[in-house]
Ligand binder design. Structure first.
Ligand SMILES: Cc1ncc(COP(=O)(O)O)c(C=O)c1O
Length: 389
């Protein structure tokens, strides 16, 4: 018995491995502060939970349309049209169980051996995993720390070729918290407009930003027609476990994604979709309140990290991650991450978990209480004599 060859090319997300290690330490009695996990620590808003419970009571417990409930697709189309200042309809919307399946399905539908896929690095590890899985060629573009972790646009341009089939953008970004500035997006739009390719714009953190609202590539002339917007409910409404996300894309591509849904999931759970409808159409102060708390935590986190010898942390403009440069410690980032977990009881991720250009960095999620963040900073500070000589 053996696995198919393609399985050797499929990667994973090491956040889950670190969580397992951290839990094992906790079972042995060690106190661990969890800054490795990429999910809001807030509960799903009460009115959303109630809508889900009501839906269960009303019998939303059966198969539904593959593309999603029509009322949710329409609500998503209206929301995306409003927030991205474009005009899309329910026919452009595919509702799926989380944001991740949009990655999987659009890449399955578009990418094959011989194609090149351009993507940011460091970035969400599943991009590279899927590119490899599909036998395509990964073309990682390094993110530049002193540009707020945006691309060097000359490098970006130089990596495009006639074989580029897909370009992945992610803003606000995991793991850096970077937001692509509108001027950069305008230039990227100019570079991609006339090419025979599709853009996967991962906007799962679209509502979690601190200074200026992030722009979307679809706002530039001619780009909506060649872009898949990936968004969802996991981060915005603290609904990671409900598994509800969506893609907004040209109708020809939506048909292909729906065919992949029929072949895999049949449909997304209906009661979850009813809860999603309540999230989109209900009060939004749950989102603004959560982002305000994230902002306070971000400020404490960044200031604290910058005070640690050997650490240098730029201020993230979105998402809920800090991505300090720890090359000043003189240690490999994986070693620093292990020291922090094993000696200080602070769980975080090595930058290399997000690709080769993440070397020299750590990712801390500040989706944790202010007091835990302060405690973590204190613990790291007390460990610093391990690398300060
Ligand atoms: C950049 C990025 N895209 C997509 C996702 C997937 O979100 P979901 O949990 O809705 O599948 C994540 C989750 O961490 C993410 O960080």
């Amino acid at each position: 018995m053996h696995l198919a060859d393609r399985m050797s090319r499929l990667g994973t997300e090491s956040a889950f491995d670190v969580l397992v290690k951290a839990r094992a330490l906790e079972q042995r009695g060690k106190s661990v502060i969890h800054l490795e996990i990429g999910e809001p620590d807030f509960p799903t808003p009460a009115h959303v939970v109630e809508a889900g419970q009501r839906a269960l009571g009303e019998g939303w417990t059966k198969y539904g349309p593959t593309a999603g409930l029509p009322e949710l697709r329409e609500a998503i189309a209206a929301y995306v049209s409003r927030t991205r200042r474009v005009n899309v309809t329910g026919d452009n919307v595919c509702v799926v169980p989380g944001g991740k399946p949009i990655m999987f399905f659009t890449m399955m539908a578009l990418v094959q051996r011989g194609d090149e896929v351009v993507f940011p690095n460091p970035s969400f590890p599943i991009y590279e995993s899927l590119i490899e899985f599909l036998g395509a060629t990964p073309v990682p573009i390094p993110l530049v720390e002193n540009r707020g972790f945006s691309f060097d646009l000359d490098v970006f341009q130089s990596r495009l070729s006639d074989r580029t089939r897909l370009v992945i953008l992610n803003s606000p970004a995991n793991p850096t918290g970077g937001v692509i500035p509108p001027d950069d997006l305008a230039r990227i739009a100019d570079l991609l407009r006339d090419r025979d390719l599709v853009i996967l714009s991962d906007e799962i953190y679209s509502r979690i930003w601190y200074d200026a609202e992030p722009a979307s590539i679809v706002g530039f002339d001619g780009l909506l027609e060649k872009t898949v917007i990936l968004d969802g409910f996991s981060k915005t409404y603290a609904m990671t476990g409900w598994r509800l996300g969506y893609g907004v894309m040209p109708a020809w591509l939506a048909q292909a994604v729906n065919r992949l849904m029929v072949n895999s999931n049949s449909c997304t759970a209906a009661f979850t979709q009813r809860a999603g409808l309540a999230a989109l159409e209900g009060p939004q102060d749950c989102v603004t309140g959560m982002v305000e708390q994230f902002r306070r935590r971000r400020d404490v986190m960044v200031e604290g990290l910058n005070a640690i010898p050997g650490f240098r942390c730029s201020c993230p403009a979105g998402a809920f991650y800090a991505f300090p440069n720890v090359s000043g410690t003189g240690l490999p980032c994986g070693e620093v991450a292990d020291l922090l977990l094993n000696e200080a009881g602070v769980a975080c991720l090595a930058g290399t978990a997000f690709g080769a250009y993440g070397d020299g960095y750590l990712r801390f999620s500040y989706a944790n209480s202010l007091s835990n963040i302060q405690d973590a900073i204190g613990r790291i500070g007390r460990l610093a004599d391990r690398w300060v000589r």
